[in-house]
Each structure stands twice: as structure tokens, then as C-alpha cells.
Design a protein around this ligand. Structure first.
Ligand SMILES: Nc1ncnc2c1ncn2[C@@H]1O[C@H](COP(=O)(O)OP(=O)(O)O)[C@@H](O)[C@H]1O
Ligand SMILES: [Mg+2]
Length: 372
């Protein structure tokens, strides 16, 4: 007769109950300990997990053996087996836990290094974290680069007209220029420069508000046809002065929910650019309508001869002005107009894009259409 075969059913239930109870007590203790240690190293927490798992298993076995089932020399052998098994299990678990900890240490070490490159072959969750970190670092680096470039450009752009202003003011003050024609030309030029400077400061202010997410939009229901008519009226004198023909084609009503001031500014920036890049006698066309995908669409098509393919993805970058225009010209801006337009459109849950089309390029703004 084997000893355990003698155990009656009632006693077996007892063993199950005691084992389960002990397991639960150990588990509860483990939860408490892990909670206290939750901000410590993953290694410490893994050690707790290992100890809890092994003790919960062994406690029931040991108590069962001691109290109920087995007696005599068999008892000692079984206890020895359980003890050795438990120790080996603990040891193996600690070794494995160290391997996991080593993986997390690899990530920690990589985070400390600059530039950050995500280590390969990490456990899935850590790999996900590493990937997100790499993206965040990349974004931060790009932003930082753009910011530095912007500061460099802007200080250059502000300094050039300021130097001109100072030279003209000094010439007037010293009486170097006397003849009335030159004096009035200087005055005109100074007014022009001051206007350009204050427009640039306005743009910078607008852009910093967009970047800070502080753009306050008061969105109302408007028709894009009205917006196009207003923009056309505003830009008409600029186009006429350059001999560019400005026309509009608008569907009857394209209702959207937008801030008319902000969206008008975005569209205005596109139109001013289009006029600037279109030779006299050629045409700039504004369109408002609904595209095939059911989005409200505003577009400005010009006669610029096309934007170089490699520049297309960059025209919306802050301070981008194309390779040819590294120095400010009388009519050139600071390269902020499209970045502002993009910020405004995106704040309206819309998208803005550019394609080369026919004799020039076409900028498209897409916005959610309001259904009546
Ligand atoms: N309609 C256009 N046709 C051709 N090139 C354009 C057009 N609009 C913008 N670009 C290019 O994109 C650059 C950035 O435009 P923008 O952000 O408005 O800055 P800015 O007008 O101050 O140069 C311009 O310098 C020009 O190289
Ligand atoms: Mg511009």
C-alpha cells in the first residue's frame, strides 16, 4: 500500500484547501511587497515575483507533507526533493531575471548616451519604448535645428533692413543728402523697410503662437466663395501693380466652420506668393469647391514654372525660401508665410499641400465640409 493511496477524500480536500490558503497568503504578502517596492529596479521586482511564486508552491507542498499525507523515511526524501527543487528553481529564476534586467539596463544605458540610438533585439515592450524614444529624439533634433536656423535667418533678415535704415537716417541727419528728390526717396524707402520689418515681426509673433498651440480661433459657419471674393479684392491691387491677372472660380456655396480672419490670412499668403512667382501678363487662379473625396477645397494655381521636385516637401518649413533666395530681396519675405498658412489650416483640422500643375504649381487647402 502506498501511503498517499490511504488518504481519504476528506483529507485530500483539506490538503487542497490548506495549499490554496497558504498560496493566497503568500500572494497577498507578495502584492504588498511589490507595491512597496514598485519604484525600485525591475530586478528587485522580478526577485519578489520569483520568491513569491516559489514560496507559494513550496509552502503548500511542505505543509501538506508535514501534516497529513506522508510519514516515515519517505517524508524526509520528499522534503529533500522539494527543498532541492525549490532552491534550483530559485537559482534558475534569478539567473533568468538577471537576463531580463540586463536588457532593461541596455535601454537605460542607450538613453544616457547622445545621440540616442535604439538598441536592437530588446524584449517587445522595451523595443516599443526604444522606438518611441528614438522618434521623439529625432523630432526634438529636427525642431531644435529648425529653431536655430530660424533664429539665424531672422536675425539676418532683421539686421539687413535695420542697417539700411540706419545708413539712410544718418545720411539725412548729417545732411549728406540734400536734394529734395533724394531726401523724399530716402523717406519712402525708410517707410517701406519699416513696413517690411513690422510685417515680419507680426509673422514671427503669429508663428510662435501657432507653435505654442495658442492660436485662438473663433470658428463660425462661412462660405468659401465669400472668402475667395474677399481675398481677391484684397490682393487685386498687388496683382495689378505687377501686371498679373487674378481670377476666381468659386462654386455657389462651400460651407465650412472656420475663423474667417485666420483662414483669410492663410489664403492671402498663398495668393501673395503666387503673384510674386508669376510673370507679368500671366494668370493666378483661385478656386473654391468640393473635391472628389467630399472635402471643401481652396486652391491657388499660378504660372511659376514649377517648384523643383526636391523643394516640394520643404516649402512649408519655417524659413525655407528656396536655394535661389538666400538673401532677402525687396519683395521677398522671411520664409514664414507658408509655415503660418500650414499652422492655421491644421488648426482648422484641415490639410495643405502643393503640386506642380501645368505651367506652375497649385497649393490646395482641404477642410471638412459642413453639411446643411
Ligand atoms: N506660388 C509659388 N510658386 C513658386 N514657389 C513658391 C510659391 N509659394 C512659395 N514658394 C516657394 O516657397 C518658399 C517659401 O514661401 P513662404 O513660406 O511664403 O516664404 P516667403 O514668401 O517669405 O519666401 C518661397 O521662398 C518659394 O521658394
Ligand atoms: Mg510668402
Amino acid at each position: 500500500m502506498t501511503p498517499y493511496a490511504a488518504a481519504p477524500l476528506g483529507e485530500l480536500w483539506m490538503v487542497v484547501a490548506v495549499t490554496a490558503g497558504l498560496g493566497l497568503v503568500v500572494a497577498a504578502l507578495g502584492v504588498g511587497v511589490i507595491w512597496r517596492l514598485r519604484t525600485r529596479s525591475i530586478g528587485v521586482m522580478l526577485a519578489v515575483v520569483v520568491v513569491v511564486a516559489v514560496s507559494a508552491t513550496l509552502a503548500g507542498v511542505v505543509v501538506g507533507i508535514m501534516e497529513m499525507i506522508i510519514d516515515g523515511p519517505v517524508k524526509d526524501s520528499v522534503l529533500a526533493i522539494v527543498a532541492v527543487g525549490g532552491l534550483v528553481g530559485l537559482g534558475a529564476a534569478f539567473v533568468l531575471a538577471r537576463m531580463v534586467v540586463r536588457e532593461s539596463r541596455r535601454l537605460v544605458a542607450a538613453v544616457g548616451a547622445t545621440p540616442f540610438t535604439a538598441p536592437r533585439g530588446l524584449p517587445a515592450e522595451l523595443q516599443t519604448i526604444a522606438g518611441s524614444l528614438e522618434e521623439a529624439y529625432e523630432r526634438e533634433r529636427a525642431l531644435e535645428g529648425a529653431r536655430r536656423e530660424l533664429v539665424a535667418w531672422v536675425s539676418h533678415d532683421l539686421r539687413t533692413p535695420l542697417a539700411g535704415l540706419r545708413a539712410m537716417a544718418e545720411a539725412l541727419e548729417d545732411g549728406v543728402v540734400r536734394d529734395p528728390a533724394t531726401v523724399s526717396r530716402y523717406h519712402r524707402q525708410m517707410k517701406l523697410e519699416v513696413g517690411r520689418l513690422s510685417a515680419m515681426v507680426d509673422d514671427l509673433f503669429e508663428l510662435s503662437r501657432i507653435h505654442a498651440g495658442a492660436l485662438r480661433l473663433s470658428r463660425v459657419r462661412i462660405g468659401l466663395a465669400d472668402l475667395v471674393a474677399d481675398t481677391l479684392a484684397g490682393a487685386e491691387p498687388v496683382a495689378r501693380a505687377k501686371g498679373v491677372v487674378l481670377t476666381a472660380e468659386a462654386a455657389a456655396s462651400v460651407p465650412v466652420e472656420a475663423d474667417p480672419g485666420a483662414l483669410g490670412r492663410a489664403l492671402g499668403n498663398l495668393v501673395v506668393n503666387a503673384i510674386r512667382h508669376t510673370p507679368p501678363g500671366r494668370t493666378v487662379v483661385l478656386r473654391a469647391g468640393v473635391d472628389a473625396g467630399g472635402m471643401a477645397c481652396l486652391s491657388v494655381a499660378d504660372w511659376c514654372g514649377g517648384i523643383p521636385e526636391e523643394d516640394l516637401p520643404r516649402v512649408f518649413d519655417v524659413a525655407f525660401r528656396g536655394e535661389a533666395a538666400r538673401t532677402p530681396t525687396a519683395e521677398g519675405g522671411a520664409g514664414l508665410g507658408l509655415a503660418i498658412a500650414q499652422g492655421i489650416v491644421e488648426a482648422h483640422d484641415g490639410t495643405i499641400g502643393v503640386v506642380n500643375d501645368g505651367p506652375g504649381c497649385r497649393f490646395d487647402i482641404r477642410l471638412p465640409l459642413l453639411r446643411s
